[in-house]
Design a protein around this ligand. Structure first.
Ligand code: ATP
Ligand code: MN
Length: 428
């Protein structure tokens, strides 16, 4: 029930187990305040009498287990209270996972490895955030594995990553991203290079397993794997591959019964596949909206949250000081492949890129691979994490230099650069 509280904002009194949903209009900002009771945003608790600001396009649900009063200030596209939420089912899923962690602790085994799947716009990312928040609030140290190359919650788009979660997500900013493990994929859809996508999934699984061997808390905490909304054909095969690479114990399928049945049929019998409804609050996002979110994510990488905290550097890099590669040669028909060569080889091949004007605005990953005197070892570079990203802002072919935007001052920490399909136009 909404009611005015003067110019201060609109007041909402929520019964227990209901949520206030709102969307922020383009170009607007909305302030949220918890006046009384207890409430959370996607599993992160709100502090009372603190004003939380949400930027344009934010789509938020404030849920309360006990009941609460909230105040909302600013222009919302919609704002309404809903009693129909699947939160109880999500909490039950969390409780089952926590049970598995307790058992792992007792029996000296590893905790649950969970894959969250479903078509686009069903709340996969939100459910991951919720489960991670609930786990870390109980003192667990779960790992977020981010395989959504289109909308990464950890790093810039076009990457695949893992992040150890040590505290609940910030209500406004999301999870604090310190020392994530990030791999270069290079494009916003797995279909661009499915071989590479599967290979990097395996790399992440391997690194995570190694960490679990030496870090008991990480092992017990387990992982929550966020995936892409592409659930057909090779996209589906990639999910099956992921389940096997990570040896997942639980798959949470959001919203789609067909996908649920396929996974039940194709995954080993000991994998628990669970169908969960999507929340009616999840908002569909257009192509444009997704592109804007991606852009924002890159801007955040260079300038910090809301453009206020970081000061990126611009400097020139000589062509002769770097080696730029693209991963994957253009695919050619099987019949044209040289004897003994497979499509895998072409998709995982490092192709040298000679710098030219068409490099302008491209995002480049700076590979952690050691610079080698005698040419690159392609295996090493593919499987090496990245230590950061730069954007090419200008190319001078005459002078053989390019100008780059970088989070750190010159020189570049490494000299092997991987080109992304993704471009970013710096409007600052
Ligand atoms: P994608 O296919 O793009 O990966 P997804 O399945 O991961 O999408 P989310 O990103 O979790 O879906 O949710 C889509 C949008 O809906 C997000 O902006 C999120 O903040 C919002 N949202 C999720 N749950 C709710 C809710 N209960 N009420 C209001 N908004 C919500
Ligand atoms: Mn998502």
């Amino acid at each position: 029930s909404g009611g005015g509280v003067g110019s201060a904002g609109t007041r909402f009194d929520l019964d227990k187990e209901t949520e206030l949903r709102f969307e922020v209009e383009a170009g607007e900002r909305v302030q949220l305040e918890l006046l009384s009771g207890l409430a959370e945003v996607f599993g992160s608790e709100l502090n009372r009498n603190k004003k939380y600001t949400f930027g344009p396009g934010s789509k938020i649900a404030v849920f309360t287990w006990q009941g609460c009063s909230l105040s909302l200030m600013g222009k919302t596209e919609v704002a309404y209270v809903s009693k129909e939420t699947p939160m109880l089912l999500y909490l039950n899923a969390h409780a089952a996972l926590e049970q598995m962690r307790r058992q792992a602790e007792r029996d000296n085994e590893r905790g649950p490895r969970v894959m969250v799947v479903g078509p686009t716009d069903v709340g996969k990312t939100t459910v991951c955030r919720l489960l991670l928040n609930y786990a870390v609030r109980l003192g667990r140290r779960p790992t977020l594995v981010e395989l959504d190359v289109g909308q990464s919650s950890v790093s810039v788009p076009g990457t695949m990553s893992a992040l150890c979660i040590e505290r609940p997500a910030d209500v406004e900013e999301g999870f604090s991203v310190q020392a994530p493990l990030v791999f270069h994929f290079g494009s916003t859809t797995p279909g661009t290079n499915i071989k590479l996508y599967n290979k990097l999934t395996s790399c992440l699984a391997e690194v995570f397993s190694q960490r679990c061997e030496v870090n008991r808390r990480a092992s017990v905490g387990g992982c929550i794997i966020n995936t892409c909304g592409w659930v057909k054909g090779s996209g589906y095969q990639a999910l099956v591959h992921c389940a096997s690479a990570f040896q997942v114990d639980v798959v949470l399928v959001l919203d789609q019964e067909r996908l649920y049945n396929e996974l039940k049929r194709d995954l080993p019998h000991f994998v628990r596949v669970v169908l969960l409804p999507k929340s009616g609050g999840v908002v569909e996002r257009s192509k444009d909206c997704r592109r804007e979110t991606r852009d924002e994510k890159i801007r955040e990488y260079f300038y910090g949250f809301r453009g206020a905290s970081f000061y990126p550097h611009a400097f020139d890099v000589r062509f002769s000081d770097v080696r730029i590669y693209k991963i994957g040669a253009p695919s050619i028909p099987d019949s044209c492949l040289p004897l003994g060569m497979s499509q895998d080889d072409t998709q995982l091949k490092l192709v040298p890129v000679s710098p030219g004007r068409d490099l302008t605005h491209h995002v480049l990953s700076v590979s952690c691979a050691e610079d080698e005197g005698d040419g690159p070892r392609s295996r090493g570079i593919l499987e090496s994490p990245v230590c950061g990203f730069i954007v090419v802002t200008a190319v001078d072919t005459q002078a053989q230099v390019m100008t780059v935007l970088s989070p750190a001052p010159r020189p570049l920490p490494r000299h092997t650069l991987l080109i992304m399909d993704i471009r970013f136009i710096d409007l600052k």
